[in-house]
Design a protein around this ligand. Structure first.
Ligand code: HEM
Length: 416
């Protein structure tokens, strides 16, 4: 196959999504399937390579020499290091990445996250108590947003009451992952910069207030690492990790809870099965991640010439891993287009989905996202009957990721 042939592609854009706030294809999966079947190694007109088969994606993330920066240390699209930009661990290669990730990873181990279970349950039940009798709610505003937003605030040590102020900023800031590479238009770049400046102003004030008054939270852990000297964490890195964790910690989980519930409601037999067999909740959430996860892609830069299915892709080329396409690869999943809440039941041996990425940057918050979603979806399914979507199509939020803006539903409260 020649590179020219590879240009013809049924999937738009670089990520399989469109770089416009609030614009997401309702069904990117049909295009992903076509790409996986016809051009598993695909070159976009912009010169980006994209992989859509499970094995190729795993190889890119875990096997071939790759990172998130060019071999000269710069983020692709940049000609020089922009002071203060790209300092979040997601945009760093070793040794910086290893150092930054280690500083916060203790807070995200399965054991540390399990300790939050009672708090997540209390928040979830409290939110559902408020709407139970009404018979209608917005799954985003009334549940999917406040659960992760409250949790990441409490975990980091950010005042929960400031939530409404930074919800808007974080939604816009996700687009920074693409504007830092020179993608998107001027208006988008301006909005990302403004949101970033607001977040920097907010966190600078908060960190100054918290200095000398450490608490039992992640922000205090990061501040003490910074106070121990440049070797561990410099002031700009401290700001970037705090802001990055806040963004990573709730934007995506809103999408998982929202898309997961939408998918369940659209598959009434699966919803009924989960209600009858609540022990399937862990499997159901893995299936929601596989089938309709909020992040469809991640990117790596090759650190050596690498071959994928006969194409040699040169060093320092960006390669997009279409995670959502790999998640439906029939070489790994039986009947992959079917939503099956029992697919990941104990002993089923279903291969892990790719929705949390993989390799060195594998999502640090995966255990937290899973637990929040298991509790939120589990509670809705247990408490409410006759769940119905008011709208046939999803109204997407302004995030880069697949995060619904609103999901109005009706339901009948079950007697306790
Ligand atoms: C459904 C929810 C979530 C999804 C689908 C998700 C997905 C991802 C993905 C795809 C990556 C990039 C992985 C790669 O390129 O290999 C990532 C990285 C990351 N995620 Fe998540 N995430 C979620 C929730 C969270 C939460 C709740 C946190 C908590 C703070 C979090 C923190 C992070 C961090 C810190 C990184 C960067 C890790 C690194 O660079 O080493 N995520 N996530």
């Amino acid at each position: 196959m020649t590179a020219e042939r590879a240009y013809e592609t049924p999937v738009p854009g670089w990520y399989g999504s469109v770089f416009e706030e609030g614009v997401q294809p309702e069904d990117p999966y049909t295009g992903f399937r076509e790409l996986r079947e016809t051009q598993p190694v695909n070159l976009t007109p912009e010169g980006t390579w994209r992989l859509s088969r499970y094995d190729d994606i795993q190889r890119l993330l875990r096997v071939v020499p790759s990172g998130v920066r060019l071999t000269n240390g710069l983020v692709p699209g940049q000609t020089e290091e922009v002071p203060g930009a790209g300092l979040f661990m997601l945009m760093q290669d070793p040794p910086n990445h290893t150092r930054l990730r280690k500083l916060v990873s203790k807070a995200f181990t399965p054991r540390a996250i399990e300790a939050w279970r009672p708090r997540i349950e209390a928040i979830t039940e409290g939110l559902l108590d408020r709407v139970a009798a009404k018979g209608e709610m917005d799954l985003i505003a009334d549940l999917a947003l406040p659960v992760p937003a409250t949790l990441i605030c409490e975990l980091l040590g950010v005042p929960v009451e400031d939530q409404t102020r930074f919800t808007e900023w974080t939604t816009t800031a996700t687009h920074g992952l693409t504007t830092i590479r020179g993608l998107g238009d001027d208006a988008m770049r301006e909005r990302v910069q403004e949101a970033g400046a607001n977040l920097v102003g907010y966190f600078t004030k908060l960190i100054d207030e918290r200095r000398g008054e450490p608490r039992d939270d992640l922000l205090s852990v990061l501040i003490s690492a910074e106070e121990e000297g440049e070797e561990r964490l410099n002031p700009l890195e401290l700001l970037s990790q705090s802001i990055g964790l806040l963004i990573a910690g709730f934007e995506t989980t809103i999408g998982l809870i929202g898309n997961g519930l939408t998918t369940l409601i659209r598959h009434p037999a699966e919803l009924a099965r989960l209600r009858a067999e609540p022990e399937l909740i862990e499997s159901a959430v893995e299936e929601c991640l596989r089938y309709s996860g909020p992040i469809t892609a991640t990117v790596r830069v090759l650190h050596a010439d690498s071959e994928f299915r006969g194409f040699t892709i040169p060093v320092d080329t960006e390669v997009v891993a279409l995670l959502a396409a790999g998640n439906r690869d029939p070489e790994h999943y039986d009947d992959p287009e079917r939503f099956d809440v029992a697919r990941y039941r104990l002993g089923a041996n279903t291969p892990p989905h790719l929705s949390f990425g993989g390799g060195a940057h594998l999502c640090l918050g995966a255990h937290l996202a899973r637990l929040e979603t298991q509790i939120a979806i589990g509670a809705i399914v247990r408490r409410f009957d006759s769940l119905a979507l008011c709208d046939a199509t999803t109204e997407w939020g302004r995030s880069l990721f697949r995060v619904p803006a609103r999901i109005p539903v009706t339901y009948v409260d079950r007697p306790a």
